[in-house]
Design a protein around this ligand. Structure first.
Ligand SMILES: [Zn+2]
Length: 197
């Protein structure tokens, strides 16, 4: 069983966050916004804020081992409704939704549970939805050399629904298609049809 070496993208924070500094700066930030954090309910809010953001920005490590496609499986593999939890890099507010990932295997396959790990690896950093979609697709292309890859993300951005235009319930869709899922209309249609079900 061959291990494929996969470089973890350097945009993922590698160093442990300085939690004490994050707590103090969260306190200053809230103070500057007129939130003094001196009531029983708010005295620990800076610490909780810091911990919440640290959690949103750290993905658990995973083993991206791929396997030979011994069964010569050559039809579409689609993993639907993978949770997406990320942070918009423009407003530092969360966006959440689902990712649907499909691929046409070549010589290598990836364990099905690993698709959620790949999504998480790229989601747990300051992001824009378009880049997140492309990064997942390109990682799969580089790691699996599949015949085709499709990634669709549907997400709600709190920066849209809580502020600005306040378009509650608005969902944003992005997609990245590679290889045969981009070039062959039949494969593309099959992938998109499965997502409608
Ligand atoms: Zn935003």
């Amino acid at each position: 069983m061959e291990n494929l070496l996969v470089a973890v993208p350097d945009t993922i924070p590698g160093a442990a966050p300085d939690e004490d500094a994050a707590v103090e700066h969260a306190r200053s930030f809230l103070h500057a916004l007129g939130v003094p954090c001196d009531s029983p309910g708010t005295v620990d809010t800076p610490r909780r804020m810091a911990e919440a953001y640290a959690a949103l920005l750290s993905a658990p490590e995973f083993d991206p081992t791929t396997f030979p496609n011994d069964e010569c499986y050559d039809e579409l593999v689609i993993v639907k409704d993978i949770p997406v939890r990320s942070v918009c890099e423009h407003h530092f507010l969360p966006f959440t939704g689902v990712a649907h990932v499909g691929y046409l295997p070549g010589d290598r396959i990836l364990g099905l549970s690993k698709f959620a790990r790949v999504v998480e690896m790229f989601a747990r950093q300051p992001q824009v939805q378009e880049r997140l979609t492309v990064q997942i697709a390109d990682w799969l292309v580089e790691s699996l050399a599949p015949r085709g890859v499709g990634v669709v993300i549907e997400a709600e951005h709190l920066c849209m629904t809580l502020r600005g235009v306040q378009a509650a319930g608005t969902s944003t869709s992005t997609s990245a298609l590679r290889g045969l899922l981009r070039e062959r209309p039949q494969s593309r249609a099959e992938f998109l049809a499965v997502l409608q079900r």
